[in-house]
Design a protein around this ligand. Structure first.
Ligand code: SAH
Ligand code: SF4
Length: 412
């Protein structure tokens, strides 16, 4: 029983994990936890190889068996994408019921799935305890990028971001984070893991939530994603986006080591304080210094600075020149991603005009820094981050079920 208890303890640690209350710049921690599964079974998704072995031991399996079986099961889960013990052909049939009694192989429940005319797919997912979060897949000619959520909602309240307006917030577990990647693989038919010819080639931690406010789970999930025996995505193809949680950036570099994206969005204190309230705590200079110190950043692996284009707010020529000055001052191996603002009902801002965005891009480019304009994708399905969840809340459950079925039938 000991390891189940140990796993149980881990669950309790998650439950007791301190979550900041939305609306505070310096968040006040309150507990908001994951509910354990009602049937008492343990979900194996999200466990490391060692934790998986411990889970088997805790069920009463003998050590030598547990060592062997954990390796086999881990391979079935992350390399082959198995969702049933019955499919694990090298595990004795007699052991299948024993495993089924104690463990599940979870996937997030799909509440709604949408496909855009440009091929972008968006899913609204639901956790076992009824929390909704989003995932988006963006196919391109030479790659396919999965945008993964780290939290349900977000505590940081950036003024232009719809996710920041959601009241309900909890951290996703490592299993729920890696579970998004696994669900996407299911849907794209990309099992077993193979090095070549994948549709899903890149991952960005740019869905709902602030990944560096859920550090441990994000790290553990990305380690599973990067494991060469399992999902096997290279760290060079994974990008973590942060709004600027400065004290966690060095740890992200050291313990995860993926590419870094920083949501800068403004070059003056006043404007960034308004757009990204966390700026009142960790200012632009401090943030850029943390970027300069980020391990592994060099010209081959540049830091991406995200800059949402907001009409008459942060899009002047002077802003563009100041952006160049700042990035050069800190000698940053940088690339700027200009994101046309994705409007949502009730937003305080408008998107800059295409001419303004082009001019801004040219100035930054002339300053020696690449500044592509990100093409909006999936605008015909609910667009900006957080919108799918809100739209779905207005629909009945039955209607959502019907739509999900139809969409998945269409996906083939
Ligand atoms: N919390 C992290 C990652 C999730 S947000 C962060 O802030 O970096 C991912 C990116 O989408 C961020 O750059 C964010 O600023 C941007 N974003 C959020 N809402 C947007 C909107 N309505 N239009 C355009 N970009 C938006
Ligand atoms: Fe949170 Fe990122 Fe949205 Fe800001 S932009 S509210 S940090 S998800």
């Amino acid at each position: 029983m000991s390891a189940i208890l140990r796993y149980g303890d881990a669950m309790q640690t998650v439950s007791a994990a301190l979550m900041p209350i939305p609306g505070h710049i310096d968040p006040v921690p309150v507990p908001r936890g994951v509910q354990p599964r009602p049937d008492g079974r343990v979900d194996l998704i999200g466990l490391t190889k060692d934790q998986l072995r411990e889970a088997l031991l805790s069920g009463g399996m003998e050590l030598k068996q547990a060592k062997l079986r954990s390796k086999q099961i881990w391979h079935w889960l992350y390399n082959r994408g198995a969702t049933r013990f019955a499919d694990m052909t090298d595990i004795a049939k007699a052991q299948h019921p024993w495993l089924e009694e104690r463990f599940v192989i979870g996937r997030p429940e799909v509440v709604e799935a949408q496909v855009s005319s440009d091929g972008t797919r968006k899913w609204l997912l639901r956790s076992a305890d009824g929390q909704d979060y989003e995932m988006v897949f963006i196919p391109d000619a030479d790659r396919g990028t999965l945008c993964v959520s780290s939290q349900v909602g977000c505590t940081l309240n950036c003024r232009f971001c719809h996710t920041g307006t959601m009241r309900l917030v909890r951290n996703l577990t490592a299993g729920e984070i890696v579970g998004q990647v696994m669900l996407a693989r299911d849907s794209l038919g990309e099992w077993p893991s193979q090095p070549e010819g994948r549709m899903l080639t890149n991952i960005v931690m740019m869905g709902m939530g602030e990944p560096l406010y859920n550090f441990d789970a994000v790290r553990d999930a990305l380690k599973l994603v990067m494991d060469g025996d399992g999902l096997a995505l290279s760290k060079r193809r994974i990008t973590l986006s942060t709004s600027g949680v400065v004290p966690m950036m060095a740890r992200a570099g050291a313990e995860i080591g993926v590419n870094l994206a920083v949501s800068l969005h403004a070059v003056t204190k006043d404007v960034r304080d308004e757009l990204v309230p966390l700026n009142k705590k960790y200012g632009i200079e401090e943030l850029l210094q943390a970027c300069a110190d980020y391990p592994g950043a060099n010209n081959a692996r540049r830091i991406t600075f995200e800059y949402v284009m907001l009409k008459d707010k942060n899009d002047s020529d002077a802003d563009a020149h100041e952006l160049v000055r700042l990035l050069r001052h800190y000698d940053l191996p940088a690339k700027v991603n200009l994101i046309p603002f994705n409007p949502w009902p009730g937003a305080d801002y408008e998107c800059s005009t295409p001419e303004r965005i082009r001019r801004f891009s040219d100035i930054v480019f002339e300053g020696g820094i690449s500044a592509p304009v990100r093409t909006p994708r999936g605008r015909d399905i609910d667009a900006a981050c957080g919108q799918l969840k809100t739209a779905a809340e207005k629909k009945s459950r039955a209607q959502l079920d019907r739509e999900a079925e139809e969409k998945f039938a269409a996906l083939g």
